[in-house]
Design a protein around this ligand. Structure first.
Ligand code: FPP
Length: 250
């Protein structure tokens, strides 16, 4: 079944992906980890194309976690060079194809070159409306919640909001994905079944999909497999199957 024949509500509006397995993919080929990360960029390209074809509106990729700084310095350096090169090379074409780029995460930790390239990519692609591509860099779900809490506390201190008026929507407005919808589908490649401090707040009701496929091998067919699995899931949001059926029949 192709994505085009799935009824629209069965296509996730927002997909979040933990792209794991580059290192093992390279090791299997007796190549350095950097080789795997370069192949990982090719997989990113394929998945963006597949998302555009399927009508997915938001794609959020975990490119570098706040914990990834602990990797060997040479690998961190290589990843930074790879990001910079990819941004400089791909942004315009992505924008022309309807992809708007956004970065989420604490970017002050990056070199000024990289920070400038991120800001430039965001502004060059700002009018592209088909797919919003969020790249999570130096991102952590706990960091996001703490930063939002600080912002809400500052509003309360300034008398802009009553403490009793603070609710989930208040906090959500300050999280880095705002105002985008939360992910409908979370995909993690590479065989591990964990969230690894990705979008902790936003994944509360997201459908989770884990695959052993290593990220560089994750292609349009694998992407379609995840969409098909999502289409089979029943999303109940705490309700019963019968209640969901009533809504669908109405
Ligand atoms: C995890 O695999 C992958 C990363 C930490 C880096 C992900 C980055 C890319 C795929 C490049 C993306 C580029 C852009 C421009 C978005 P791993 O190294 O942890 O693999 P392993 O678990 O097999 O060791």
């Amino acid at each position: 079944m192709t994505a085009a024949v799935l009824p629209a509500p069965r296509i996730p509006r927002h997909i979040a992906i933990v792209m794991d397995g580059n290192g093992r993919w390279a090791k299997l080929r007796k190549r350095p980890r950097a080789f795997g990360h370069r192949a990982g960029v090719d997989a990113v390209r394929k998945v963006i194309e597949a998302a555009l074809r399927s009508g997915v509106q938001v794609l959020t990729l975990f490119a570098f976690s706040s914990e990834n700084w602990a990797r060997p310095p040479s690998e961190v350096r290589h990843l930074m060079e790879l990001f910079l090169r990819a941004l400089r090379k791909e942004t315009r074409e992505l924008g022309d194809n309807g992809v708007r780029l956004r970065f989420i995460g604490e970017r002050s930790a990056f070199s000024s070159d990289l920070q400038l390239a991120m800001a430039a990519s965001e502004s060059v692609s700002i009018a592209s409306l088909k797919l919003t591509l969020n790249i999570a860099v130096n991102y952590g779900g706990r960091w996001d919640i703490v930063a939002a809490t600080r912002a809400v506390a500052a509003e309360a201190k300034a008398g802009l909001i009553e403490i009793d008026a603070i609710d989930q929507a208040t906090l959500e407005r300050h999280l880095s994905l705002a105002p985008l919808p939360e992910p409908d589908l979370f995909i993690r490649t590479g065989g591990e079944a964990r969230i690894s401090n990705f979008l902790l707040w936003h994944l509360a009701y997201t459908e989770l999909y884990f695959t052993p496929v290593l990220w560089p091998d994750f292609d349009a067919t694998c992407f379609q497999g995840a969409l098909n699995e999502y289409a089979r899931r029943e999303r109940r949001f705490g309700q019963t199957s019968e209640q969901i059926a009533e809504v669908v029949d109405a």
